[in-house]
Design a protein around this ligand. Structure first.
Ligand SMILES: Cc1ncc(COP(=O)(O)O)c(C=O)c1O
Length: 426
């Protein structure tokens, strides 16, 4: 293949991927779409620029406009997350975590965190950022029924281990962490407390989940593109008023973990923050009510939905089990759903030990909510699941029905200047 043909083939696949999502029900819990104004900022000249340092204190010339952008973004983030300190430069949730781990712990220190098997993120594990920082890891005992750290046993672990840092938050995240009790125990033994809100940041900012910075977290990190509906990137947040600590956190992003911090995404984040100030609490409320509606509708269709006793979910996620532990039933279900026009991910559930052969699915509703679906549409979505996985209908027929259904939800909401949710497709 000639090189131009190769480049053209890549663009064709980019388009094809866009059409795939446009015509499907995208239900990956960590994904979202851009508003038209955020997309403008992201697709701008800033893409090619550098601005090392902070507003007013740059190492490069040419940054006056970007200084205003970043300053507006920082102030907006302080209002959105209700805190004294925000750094909006991080290029991802993982980078935010590496930076926070750099600021809060030193190599050889011990941290406590949720294990990846129980829903902790890879950056909380030795294979990820915790290992990169050379930290010792002790994981919390898990309460399977409540789908959260077992409070008494975790307090005991914290008291015995005396970690330097207690990290909370998960990728599989149905219910708020019982943070007050656990943070108190951590502070008693002299540990700092970090809360990774990558998944639930938009729910937190929208007042719908929990308020970690008031419940004992010294630092909160997160992604800017999951339930917080901005461009790919991250935040580092704290309510401390200690300026020395602020400098430490800023330095842990630049020069600690980033040189270029993707100015176009910082501008996109600043726009997304302004939009969140206007529309965020409605968006967060509707995400949670949609997740609860989807969970009940799936249970009514006959699915095994986790955490029935707690009302299934208090977040943007729903967990379903599709067969025996370690059977790979989650993988099979995800495959069948994709053939039917529904994009999900297989997920380990309590008891599973094989990441590639799990029994469950993790479902998310941020994108379906963003294109205007509400609690009634969640029943339609559950019905598509039942046709694919319980009634074993022909997947091509379901896929064409999904496509027709989705054609009614093609506008991105909860933003200024609503516009095409999947723009620029040929
Ligand atoms: C709890 C948690 N932390 C961090 C991350 C990493 O975020 P990013 O993908 O923005 O690096 C994720 C990703 O899903 C996550 O679930």
């Amino acid at each position: 293949m000639g090189k131009k043909a190769q480049a053209t083939a890549i663009l064709d696949s980019v388009n094809s991927s866009g059409r795939h999502y446009r015509d499907s029900l995208p239900m990956i819990a960590s994904e979202n779409i851009l508003s038209p104004m955020v997309a403008k900022a992201v697709n701008s000249d800033l893409h090619g620029r550098y601005a090392e340092g902070l507003p007013g204190k740059r190492y490069y010339q040419g940054c006056d406009d970007f200084d205003s952008i970043e300053s507006l973004g920082i102030e907006s983030a302080k209002r959105v997350f209700n805190c004294n300190f925000t750094n909006i430069q991080s290029t991802s949730g993982t980078v935010s975590n590496i930076a926070a781990l750099k600021a809060l712990a030193k190599p050889g220190d011990t941290i406590t965190a949720v294990s990846t098997a129980d829903g902790g993120h890879i950056s909380h594990a030795r294979m990820g950022a915790v290992g990169v920082r050379g930290l010792g890891l002790v994981t919390y005992p898990w309460d399977i029924d409540r789908m959260e750290p077992d409070i008494d046993a975790s307090i005991k672990i914290i008291r015995e281990t005396k970690p330097n840092l207690a990290l909370f938050g998960q990728s599989v995240f149905l219910f708020p962490t019982p943070l007050r009790e656990l943070a108190d125990a951590a502070h008693e033994v002299g540990a700092k407390v970090m809360y990774d809100g990558a998944h639930v940041l938009g729910l937190i900012a929208g007042g719908q989940f929990q308020d970690p910075l008031r419940e004992g977290a010294d630092v909160m990190t997160g992604s800017s593109h999951k339930t917080f509906p901005g461009p790919q990137g991250g935040f580092v947040l704290s309510d401390s008023s200690d300026e020395k600590f602020h400098r430490k956190l800023n330095n842990s992003i630049f020069p600690g973990t980033c040189s270029s911090y993707h100015l176009h995404h910082v501008a996109g984040k600043a726009v997304a923050l302004a939009e969140f100030e206007e529309f965020g609490s409605d968006y967060a409320k509707n995400i949670v009510s949609n997740a609860q509606s989807l969970a009940s509708a799936l249970a009514a269709e006959g699915f095994d939905v986790l955490a029935e006793d707690r009302g299934y979910t208090a977040s943007h996620q729903v967990l379903t089990r599709h067969g025996e532990i370690d059977s790979g039933a989650g993988r099979k279900a995800a495959d069948l759903l994709e053939k039917s026009g529904i994009i999900t991910n297989m997920n380990m559930l309590p008891g599973d030990t094989k990441a590639m052969q799990p029994s469950g699915l993790r479902l998310g509703v941020p994108e379906l909510t963003r294109v205007g679906m509400g609690i009634d549409e969640m029943k339609d979505v559950a019905n598509f699941f039942a046709r694919a996985l319980i009634k074993n209908e022909e997947t091509s027929k379901i896929k064409s029905d999904v496509r027709e259904f989705k054609s009614n939800y093609q506008t991105v909401k909860y933003c200024f200047d609503e516009g095409p949710a999947y723009p620029g497709l040929e």
